[in-house]
Design a protein around this ligand. Sequence first.
Ligand code: ATP
Length: 310
Amino acid sequence: MSGEVILKTEGLTKHFGPIKAVDGLDLEVRRGDIYGLLGLNGAGKTTTIRMIVRLIRPTRGRVLAFGEDVRSNRLSVLNRIGAMVEIPAFYPYLSGWKNLELLYGLSGGRDRDRLKEALELVGLASRGGDRVRGYSQGMRQRLGIAQALLTNPELIILDEPTNGLDPQGILDIRKLIQRLNLEQGVTFLVSSHLLHEIELTCNRVGIVHDGRIRIQGEVRELLSSAVHVSRVRTTPVEAARRAFASLGIEIAVQYGDVFRLRCGADRLADVDAALHAAGCRVAELTPGRVTLEEFFMAETRKPDGGPHAA
Ligand code: ATP
């Protein structure tokens, strides 16, 4: 991954009357990323994406894509970006192929092989001739991604691509994004309120809250920087307490012979050795793991934003 920033927003702001939908939002997507824009309903994700692809104009701030200002270089920049914003609207009585053909024609595209390839990439090649009316929600979402792929874009922006899908549909979309990223080198910006999904799909994340990015960074690094609480069951408890103290490990909570320790998996071998040396019997030793959900909840409950990680 080159680390080249291909999409950047600077102080992006959108007010709808008194509502500050987006309020000075700074995000950075690097080439090769699957970047998750994560936030609760109403956090400002869709408004941000609509400004990035110029469906609406920002009140303030700017969007730079591939180093160029999207406002003054709209066509050249947007040609390199594919997008699916909100639920894709297709003509239900036309086939998937015909729908794509119409949309592709509108953007000046004529290459039928590309159409075929896009349908193949999203796994709809065998159903391309069927009317969209008969497509499941997941198939429509995949057709939306095929449409975003038509111009062979370097960056694809998907607003809530798993909205309304069942677990199998969600899994299909996740695999599709990861495959296109890996095999076709497509960079993704994906918005979602599904924390677990973002954790499984994305390498980087920006947490949006009240129209701003609260924190941004590598998912793995953010999670490993959070405080871990491991679980240990051991007796006798007094000897165990002394063993933890000798290692300088704090006890977060203790109930009976179960301790929750403020330490990650990297300290558990020491904990095990110290307990055995102290004559304790160890019945359980489980490394603490912070999920993106717990991390998100902790971050969004803070009164103001924490530091913006690189
Ligand atoms: P969701 O996941 O529910 O779509 P979101 O993070 O995408 O949420 P936005 O749709 O961007 O959030 O909305 C942010 C805020 O801006 C909300 O308070 C919303 O009601 C408001 N908003 C969005 N579009 C408009 C509009 N056209 N007119 C007035 N208010 C709007």
